[in-house]
Design a protein around this ligand. Sequence first.
Ligand code: 5GP
Ligand code: ZN
Length: 116
Amino acid sequence: MSNDDCLFCKIVNGEIPAELVYESDSAVAFRDINPQAPTHCLVIPRKHISTINDIDPGDEQIVGSLYTAAREIAAQEGIADAGYRAVMNCNEGAGQSVFHIHLHVLGGRSLSWPPG
Ligand code: 5GP
Ligand code: ZN
């Protein structure tokens, strides 16, 4: 379930501090250390899954729970109605730098599309 070398597993296990904003049985969310918007949270599964490519059919409930977490966080942060982005990068070419899947929840400013 947990990967000894993984930064986000260490946050799940409380070995590295983070400003938690949400917790459930399957997911944890915390503020990004380098925020790109007034609200920038990362929603991660408690289970270590390296990339979207490593999601198994049995993980569907866990991955779905990342979106219910995003919904809760958007409401908490007061950005639900104005709009926000929930996005997951897969592998280096898309900008993934931490290899434990995470949904970026970004809001509190206008967000352009397409992203760079
Ligand atoms: P990625 O580039 O993999 O899509 O996103 C990784 C995110 O994790 C980045 O936005 C980065 O700022 C954030 N991050 C990296 N290390 C830490 C950390 O130790 N704590 C927190 N809260 N965020 C981190
Ligand atoms: Zn991990």
